[in-house]
Structure formats: C-alpha cells, structure tokens
Design a protein. Sequence first.
Length: 393
Amino acid sequence: MSSHQKTIVRALLLTLVATLLALGSGVAQPAAAAQGLVVTQPVASQVAVQYSDGVDVSFSATSDQQGARLSASATGLPQGLTLVPNGTDTSATWTIGGTVSAAPAAPFSVVVTVGDEISTAQFKMTFTVKTEQASATYRGPTSVATGEQATLAAEVRQENDGNPGELSKTTVYFVDTVTKRTLCSTTTVDVDANGVGSASCPWTADRDDRTVGVVVGGGWFADAASTLGPGFGLVVSPPPYLTDVQYSDPVDLRFYATTDWTDQNAQLKAELGNFPLPAGLVLERSGSKTEATWRITGKVTDTPKSYFPTFFVSDGRPGLAGNQTAKAYFNVQPEDATVTYLGPTSVRKGEQVTFKAEVKQPSDGSPGDLSKATVLFGPLCTAPVVVDPTTGV
C-alpha cells in the first residue's frame, strides 16, 4: 500500500471514530427481556373455613407489556365470598374475602383467571366449608301440664376457636330425647354484646312427660355434643299398651310417628293388622308427611272381652328401615249399672202386668250409653232401656 493510500484509510478510521463519539456511543449493551404477565399465587391452594367465619386470601400479578391492564375473576367461590382488587393496571393485588354463608358441603373447586388484555393465566384453589362449632344449654321450664303452652328456651354459645362465627345464622331445635321427635324449632337467635345467643319457641304440651333436649343445627352449626340430633329415621311412639274401658264408654288415645326421610314419596301411614279395634272405635290421622298423630276415638260397642289390635306404621321406604309396629291391648269390661224394680209386686193369675225398672249408671267420670243396655226381668221377659234425656235415668 502506498503512503497516499495509508493516509486515506487512516483518515476514514479517524472520521468513523469521531462520528461514533459524536453520537455518544460506547460499548453496546443488550436490551432487557420483557417478562410479560407474572402471577404470584396464594401461599395455600386449599382453604378450610367454618360456616359464618371470615376469609382473607390474597394473590398478586404484574405485567410489563405495553398497553397492559390487569384484571382477575374467580368462578366457584362459596356463597358470601367475593374478589376485591387493589392496585394499578400493571401491578395489582386481589383479596378473596367475606363471610362464608354457604352450607357445609363437598369442597368448592375455585378457578381464578388473571389477564392483562394480552395474555391470561389460571390457577386453582379448593375451599372446604365446615360446620361451625357451638354448644347449647336448656333454659326453659322443667315441668308443664298437658294442654298448657310453654316457651322452650336455650342459651347458645360458640366454641372459642379464635374466629367467631355468626350465631344469628343458626337453627335451634327442641327435641324429645326419648322419641327423638322435634317439639318446636326457631331460626331466630338473639345475640347479646358478649356473643351469647338466646333462642325460644312456643310448644303446647301434648303428653304428660317429655325429656327435652336442645340441638343446634339446621345444616349450619354442629350439634351440641350432649344432645341428640334431629335426624332419626322412622320413630314410632305407640299408644298405652293396656287400656281398660267399659262397654259404651268413650275412648281417646293417641300414638305418634316421625321420620327424617324427605323423599317425594315419603308419607307416614298406619294400617290396622288382622286383629281389629273393638267395634265403635275408629282411627283418625292428622299431621304432615313426616310427622303424624293418630287418634283412636269413639265409644266401644263391642262385646266385653280382650282385644289386641296391631298397627303397621311406615314412612314409604321399602324394607325394615321404613316399617315398624305399634301394639295396643284393650280390655273391654261390662258397664256398671244399678237397677231398682218399680213394677207391681203382686198380680192375679191371668192378669197382664207391666214390669218396670229404673236403671242408673254409677258416677265413674266416664258416662256410658244406657240406651244400649237390656234389662232382664228374670226368666219372664226382657226390655230395652229408655233414657230420660233430662236426668240420664
């Protein structure tokens, strides 16, 4: 290369260096790589919560994409929970919060979708709603006469688990701990400033003796450990086993049945077996499909002797689970009465005579029907009894 050519090359190199320096260029740096949408999931993907307790679960997301606008949605959340956002278009936090009002059931599968209007991401969570723990103490009367109305009352407390639920959402049942029959129930629980709930409902005593227990439930709260639950299958409370009754006297007996079977075909019914009731008595039913009362009523017109009727009670379910028997024993006795002869004491041979007698029933508190009696005047004749409606004689 000639000296002239070397001069030209050197001049070009100097010009290039000068140009680069004029542009402020130094050593080239690589451009930072865009991360796009980044989601930070909650610490726990499985959340267990008691009914009526609060929930506070958070997750976040960022996006460095041009034109990003963050948003999130959730499907399958238990009732009472919502998704609350907080942040900007490119950096945000969401809180799944609220008070669970969904009934305890199978786990809730939740799908959360996060997007920035350019791309989306999803993650899954599971929420398990458990029954809230509570206890109850009976505060109502300890005795009540048949036919009187009583106010059954209870005190309800939530167990101290550090996360107070809402007692006002519970249902309180008052049950007969012997027959498992629900006497009354209420969904109104008044909670005082100390968090203690009180509940009450009216009940008319329909039997002489009942042992009352308290159940906290209704699908929301767990049953108190010292009480019996309202679910009990088919329960039959039979009539008194032995009933002594005089002929023509009235009868008024009852027996009961309840069932927790709520199928559309559920229907409590009682059918008489091969051994009938004494003539004059009938079986009357009242109540609903799942709680019924049968009344054996009428006046006995059958021959004095023993009767052993059997009632087959069912709730519509096939098999032994939905069928039970209730037995009764009726001892029908002759009606007590006194007879005073009022006819002539002497009569001539061949002369027609009218025999007469006065018939009275002793006062036994259960008047019979004297018109069903027959008076036998020795071996001579018999006559029906005609009753004076004003005196009953």
